[in-house]
Design a protein around this ligand. Structure first.
Ligand code: 4NP
Length: 161
């Protein structure tokens, strides 16, 4: 069982959508028993909130029901999770600074294996955007999830760990 935590800034737009898509695609590949997934944010502006309505909508249009309450990433997550899948560079910097010494979690960009990803590997923050931005984010997260799962199936490790 691989424990995966998807991390963005607010834990209402990108990371709960990433979690929902990844869990769905894993189930479709009969890999549900292989992964335990959750999501969190670097900041707790929206603690306890449902995902953003625009993330809920784009997920639903693609047959995915999001069910998550926003929370902030905590030090224990670095001990509990094997991988933190990270949405952008500022989140990555924050998590590198926060990571407790000796903790096991590996930090990896969500788009690590995506040949279409920009150099900084980011999934752009759609919070101040519109529905089109959320659709674009959905497509990025969907492609990234499938690539991650294919790597897993091919037994190529996600990282030279
Ligand atoms: P997320 O998007 O990091 O993808 O959940 C954001 C959500 C909220 C805020 C920023 C980004 N905010 O500033 O409240």
């Amino acid at each position: 069982m691989i424990r995966v935590l998807f991390v963005c800034l607010g834990n209402i737009c990108r990371s709960p959508l990433a979690e929902g898509i990844f869990v769905q695609r894993a189930a479709e590949m009969n890999l549900d028993a292989h992964f335990l997934c959750d999501s969190a944010g670097t900041h707790d502006y929206h603690r306890g909130s449902q995902p953003d309505g625009r993330s809920i909508k784009v997920a639903k249009e693609n047959g995915i029901i999001l069910n998550h309450k926003a929370r902030k990433v905590v030090a224990n997550d670095f001990h509990e999770f094997d991988f933190l899948l990270v949405m952008d560079e500022s989140v990555m910097d924050f998590l590198h600074r926060m990571k407790p010494k000796g903790s096991k979690a590996k930090l990896l960009f969500m788009r690590n294996f995506d040949p279409k990803a920009p150099q900084n590997n980011e999934v752009p923050d759609p919070y101040y955007g519109d529905e089109r931005d959320f659709k674009a984010v959905f497509e990025m997260l969907n492609a990234a999830s499938i690539l991650l799962l294919n790597k897993y199936v091919q037994k190529e490790n996600w990282l030279e760990i």
